[in-house]
Design a protein. Sequence first.
Length: 260
Amino acid sequence: MFTEAKELAGGASGARLRACNGFCLCSTRSATVPHSKGSSCNSCAMLKVSTLTAAQLLNGSWTSEAALLVMPGGADMPYCNSLNGRGNRIITGYVHSGGSYLGLCAGAYYACSRVEFEEGSRLQVVGDRELSFFPGIACGAAFPGFDYQTEAGAVAASVQFAVPPKLAQQLQQQGSLLLQRSSSNGSSWCSTCDYCNGGPFFMTRDRQLDVSALPGVQVLANYCLPGRRDLELNRQSQQQQQQQQQPQQPHQPQHPEQTS
């Protein structure tokens, strides 16, 4: 399930921050982009891209120019090691002042109040996180088979996302086959596929998959599965398979005097 904390959506679009192996990439609004020869659109902007080290992020000066902070995938423990404390306070202050944060894969795990990644396996990462923009658990991998060195766990995951009323009306007028409507509440939604390799799904602290009632959270999309609990069942099944594949200690016959 994809979610958006409402407090993260208030900033203007036009900037991007990418972090990988301790480095970040920030872009800011700088100029209009011409749409055709001799014309331009004032609502569009060219993005100026600059590279940040973890130290520069900790300096905090980027917050006055960036409109969106994007933390990408990889692993979130390097983020914890570099940003816990001061770095997270800077990010939180930036968001609460109107900036926006977009977490992709590891960046999404990092923004939740707790991470439970591949619990019980050799890849296990479990613990609370400071940012807590999403007040629940990022649980993964959502689909089995994740491996840091390969694409073995990569899937084209089917997702269903809500369509705003104005866009739904336009798609309906165009006769789009993508648009579908719910007979129960009249809402409109579309389905598509999204690359997923190790990314999370989201749960409440008491392990409920319906997070729509959490404060400040708006559900934007859901994985399209026969049953929403299949995400948790996939994870449990993967853990069981990994445990079964672990080498078993050979049975040691009891010594005669140890038997009863």
